[in-house]
Design a protein around this ligand. Structure first.
Ligand SMILES: Cc1ncc(COP(=O)(O)O)c(C=O)c1O
Length: 415
């Protein structure tokens, strides 16, 4: 029903609901454990475009926008389409600046340190392809890093003679030191860059990136942080982590329109990175040289601001607590089932909403297909050299009965 009406109507309905949610949140927030208050999360569920054909536990690809954010995006799309080139020539600059400021305020960053781009791939590959590599330079990474970054590094390796050194990353480390040692053992005097994935997309494991970045800097190398799944999912401050470069997708846990991301860079390093699109209209140490993308779906900017407002009404801390609670809810119910392995750490410092399980003797694809075909539960099979399992990613709109169905299905399939 809500989707059949115009964007403006949705936005208004959304702001009314959002207001009552905020009030509810503030009142309920006085109590502890809001993350387990199902009546609160039922209100949140109503703010999302939930479909009932199947249970969606594959929210890791990208996030559906809440209805209000979608409404704001639709309004902007209509405005751009109506004003046409006038919007691009007269309004786009201020629209972009407004959105950049909103992201800067949200992330605690100066607008001179980041640009809005389309996604994490574009952000991180800009850095990977933009650095001046010398033959024999080394980069440390893991097979559990996202494929696109691995591919970009392999291409640079073929092109420039860059040497790639792979870390063996434990699935459920016993301590931070174990992870730090895994990276440290691959660093040499020739290491120029270490790729660190804040939250591994395959399993949901959160790496101790603050300590890792400190260690990388101590070794004289640069840290490239992939924050695709961590941003707006885990409470952290970019400045506190201190990466040299960071990329994220705003269309994941910030729930922004599809095709919105961000590239952060320490100002002192901007001059060292070539812009992907060869901009020479700005000084080489000006972050705006990375804002040269050509014509693009500019209505996303308005949607990003609405997404930030929605996100703030809950707060990243509560969002992490809820997503972690949902992951713990199902994983702890199946961890002791015969033949079931949980491939995600259990501690809240090492995980959030993403979980991964496998069933001994069964292929992840087969389990994933049966979950969908027999139980109407949508997940994704992970077939990585180091991780074989089914990834389960609930969202803020997920309800416990859906996870109960998952638990029942896993136990049935493991039997
Ligand atoms: C860890 C990680 N990095 C990068 C990406 C790429 O994100 P995008 O497709 O938005 O560029 C993803 C996507 O799922 C991811 O999980």
């Amino acid at each position: 029903m809500a989707q059949a009406i115009g964007g403006t109507t949705i936005s208004r309905a959304m702001s009314d609901i959002g207001q009552s949610l905020l009030t509810h949140s503030k009142i309920a927030g006085l109590e502890s454990n809001l993350e387990t208050d199902e009546s609160f999360w039922a209100v949140v569920r109503d703010m999302f475009p939930v479909q009932e054909k199947f249970i969606n536990l594959e929210n890791g690809y990208f996030s559906a926008q809440p209805l209000g954010t979608l409404g704001a995006t639709q309004d902007a799309m209509q405005r751009v389409n109506t004003l046409s080139s006038y919007f691009m020539r007269q309004e786009l600059e201020s629209e972009y600046a407004l959105t950049k400021q909103a992201i800067g305020d949200f992330a605690g960053l100066d607008t001179k340190e980041f640009v809005i781009c389309r996604n994490t791939t574009e952000a991180l590959d800009t850095v990977i392809h933009g650095l001046n590599w010398q033959k024999g330079d080394e980069v440390v990474l893991s097979l559990q890093d996202y494929g696109s970054m691995q591919e970009a590094l392999r291409q640079e390796s073929k092109r420039t003679g860059l040497v790639l050194s792979y870390v063996e990353l434990p699935l459920r480390p016993g301590s931070d030191e174990e992870v730090i040692h895994a990276y440290q053992s691959k660093i040499t005097a020739k290491t120029r860059l270490v790729l660190l994935t804040h939250m591994i997309n395959l399993t949901g494991q959160v790496l101790p990136v603050k300590e890792l970045i400190k260690m990388v800097h101590g070794a004289g190398a640069l840290a490239l942080l992939d924050s695709a799944h961590a941003f707006a999912h885990l409470p952290f401050s970019v400045k506190d982590l201190d990466p040299d470069f960071m990329g994220t997708s705003l269309h994941k846990w910030l729930c922004s329109p599809l095709g919105s991301g961000m590239l952060y860079m320490k100002p002192s390093l901007i001059a060292e990175v070539w812009p992907l699109f060869g901009d020479d209209s700005f000084p080489i140490d000006d972050i705006r040289k990375f804002e040269h993308w050509g014509t693009r779906p500019v209505w996303a900017y308005s949607g990003i601001r609405a997404a930030i407002d929605f996100h703030k009404s809950l707060g990243t801390e509560l969002i992490h607590k809820r997503l972690y609670y949902l992951k713990q809810y199902w994983t702890t119910k199946v961890v002791d089932a015969h033949g079931v392995n949980i491939n995600t750490p259990f501690a809240s410092t090492r995980s959030g909403g993403i979980g991964n399980f496998s069933i001994q003797g069964k292929s992840p694809k087969d389990v994933c297909d049966r979950l969908f075909n027999e139980f109407g539960i949508f997940t994704v099979a992970i077939d990585n050299p180091e991780v074989k399992g089914v990834r389960v990613t609930p969202h803020l709109y997920t309800q416990l009965w859906e996870l109960d169905k998952l638990v029942e299905a896993i136990k049935h399939l493991a039997n």
